[in-house]
Design a protein around this ligand. Structure first.
Ligand code: GTP
Length: 599
């Protein structure tokens, strides 16, 4: 034990003198440099035969330097602790990061400061601002025998001026409020305690309501069982009449619950975002990988488009329905395609069988001919010769028949193969087209007629269920023929694309746009009164003026005329579209670039 330890401490002055002497500066005022001290420490380890452990070296070093030995900073151990810290909630993550940063600094003073910050953060997290402000107001308004309102204000001003850091401010305010509360004394407690026979305050009725609110709000928020049961436990206590101590305890529990619910909600938001990012990544990668199965592209594009706009239940529902339709149709087609391919395979097998049967029969015919030639050369009489000739004739006839049959069979098979092949090509084309055909107009990406029919059906059902208004707006590009004539059809196509894009980006996610005709579009505006629809369409016109269309370096202003109709409760949607159409023509007649409401 003693052997492993450093020698008994020598007077510091001697040590320093000895260090200085060893460098030939006896009596001088020079303070040894760290490397001189280190060298001297090593020398002593050797001369005094002290085991050269890091601790012994440190001890000697500080003895020679004449300063207090500071404990070594155990970076590795502290890093291991930092890594082991929980990070499952935003608050835990924040605390872990503060600690990690302090460890990385390698200094005790920074670590000490960070621990103070962490404890401050925990105190403020577990006692949030809302409650502190509530307490502060209560204490400011309350009567205190020995503290005048002016003094309270001064103290508050002082704390506010002294603390820039929110954590510190929270701590100081909390201390101030507590000191006022404690100074209020027991008389005040007695004053606020309910007297016997006093009718229960009206706020008592709030208890059950608060209980309901608590369980109602917290239960769906968290999958966390502990959180939900804590909410229920608090709700049970809140509902029952409570004495002041219970109220104080409840207030603290409610504070903690609020903090936990907030973290849980934050966490869930982060998880949702991370999942979305993950899905985007998967969808993008799958799209990159699929080269042959172009029919899958339609579905993947739909999913990718959905994730690029703010998520909304209605939108997700819409995507699900569309995907289902496409998937059903595609699985049918895939099935038929597999059947057709199977048929083709078995036909090809039959074709090959037929060919080999034919070649067998011709081989046999050759053998018979060779044998017959031999028999003719060996024949001695006419009878023998006529037998051979008869056999040759019979064989020739049978080979001819077989060749004929094979020829017919082969041409029938060829026809079948061709038709199966055509069917396969057709099915493959249909498969490729389904995802687009089912939902969108290929030029503009707006809904096509089928997509529109579905959207109308859905929105009408929703309108009837919710009792809200559904407005329809029919818009027609002004002077579109001139655009085509002046700049060509391709520019005209691009102008339509531009218009559809601006409409999609300007309207709400729940609105739908469908291509109704060449340069006509129908917009469905759920939960929208016709007056609002008019404002929306005018906003759209302004947006189009702002986001002009660039045609071969020339800015083209695209305008449209629109008619609006609000669908009646039992009205046939086609009738409402007709009314919108009439209003749109009225807008054209009135000078174009305007929006009109149908009567
Ligand atoms: N480029 C392009 N042109 C189209 C498309 N569909 C329709 N058109 C053209 O749109 C033009 C519509 O012309 P009109 O019906 O006379 O209407 P307009 O020129 O817009 O005149 P107003 O409606 O009275 O303002 C026609 O020339 C069509 O050929 C399309 O998909 N692409």
């Amino acid at each position: 034990m003693t052997q492993a330890g450093p020698p008994a401490a020598q007077p510091n002055t001697d040590d320093r003198a000895s260090t200085a002497r060893s460098h030939g500066k006896a009596g001088g005022s020079h303070a040894p440099t760290p490397s001189e001290i280190a060298r001297e420490a090593l020398l002593r380890l050797a001369t005094q035969k002290i085991p050269p452990t890091p601790d012994n070296f440190r001890e000697l070093y500080f003895q020679i330097a004449g300063t207090a030995a500071e404990d070594a900073f155990p970076v590795r151990t502290l890093k291991a602790i930092a890594e082991a810290l929980p990070r499952s909630t935003p608050q835990a993550l924040r605390l872990a990061r503060v600690f990690e940063k302090a460890v990385a600094s390698g200094q005790w003073s920074v670590l000490r400061q960070s621990m103070l910050t962490i404890s401050g953060m925990q105190a403020s997290e577990s006692r949030p601002w809302a409650q502190l402000i509530r307490d502060l107001i209560r204490e400011l308004d309350g009567h205190h025998q020995h503290i005048t309102p002016g003094r309270k204000r001064d103290s508050l001003e002082h704390v506010l001026a002294a603390c820039a850091d929110p954590e510190q401010l929270h701590l100081r305010l909390h201390a101030l409020v507590r000191s006022w509360h404690e100074q209020a004394g027991s008389e005040q407690h007695a004053a606020i305690a309910p007297k016997e026979n006093t009718p229960p305050p009206a706020t008592d009725a709030l208890g059950p309501l608060l209980a309901k609110l608590l369980t109602g709000c917290v239960t769906p928020l968290a999958d966390d069982e502990a959180l939900t049961s804590e909410a229920k436990a608090i709700a049970a206590l809140v509902a029952a009449p409570a004495n002041p101590e219970q109220v104080a305890d409840l207030a603290a529990r409610v504070d903690r619950l609020i903090a936990r619910v907030t973290w849980t909600a934050d966490e869930q938001r982060e998880i949702r975002q991370a999942l979305l990012n993950l899905l985007r990544l998967i969808v993008d990668n799958v799209r990159e990988l699929i080269v042959d199965d172009s029919w899958l592209h339609g579905q993947l594009t739909l999913i990718a488009d959905t994730f690029n706009q703010p998520l909304d239940l209605r939108l997700l529902d819409d995507v699900e329905r569309r995907l289902r339709t496409v998937i059903d149709k595609q699985s049918q087609l895939k099935h038929q395609l597999t059947d057709a391919q199977q048929k083709l395979k078995s036909m090809l097998a039959g074709f090959i069988d037929q060919l080999s049967a034919f070649s067998t029969s011709t081989e046999r015919y050759e053998v018979v001919l060779t044998e017959s030639a031999h028999r003719i050369s060996e024949a001695h009489d006419i009878k023998e010769l006529s037998d051979v000739v008869e056999e040759v004739l019979r064989e020739t006839q049978s080979t001819q028949q077989s060749a004929h049959r094979s020829g017919e069979e082969l041409s029938r098979l060829r026809e079948q193969v061709e038709s199966a092949n055509q069917q396969i090509v057709q099915l493959q084309r249909e498969l490729d087209e389904t995802s687009e055909l089912v939902r969108h107009d290929p030029l503009t990406g707006a809904l096509n007629r089928k997509g529109l029919d579905e959207a109308l059906e859905r929105e009408i059902a929703r309108m009837r269920r919710s009792g809200t208004s559904l407005s329809l707006a029919l818009l027609d590009v002004d002077n579109f023929k001139q655009i085509n004539d002046a700049h060509g059809h391709v520019v005209g196509d691009n102008a339509l694309r531009h218009l559809a894009r601006v409409v999609k980006e300007t309207l709400r996610p729940q609105d739908s746009i469908a291509r109704y005709g060449g340069e006509e579009f129908l917009i469905l505006l759920p939960e929208t009164e016709p007056e609002q629809a008019q404002i929306i369409l005018i906003r759209l016109q302004r947006e189009l003026t702002r986001r002009y269309f660039l045609a071969q370096h020339e800015h083209l202003l695209i305008t449209f005329s629109a008619g609006i109709a609000c669908l009646g409760d039992t009205e046939d949607p086609m009738k409402a579209i007709e009314r919108a159409d009439k209003a749109m023509y009225a807008a054209k007649r009135a000078g174009k670039n305007r929006v009109m409401n149908s009567a």
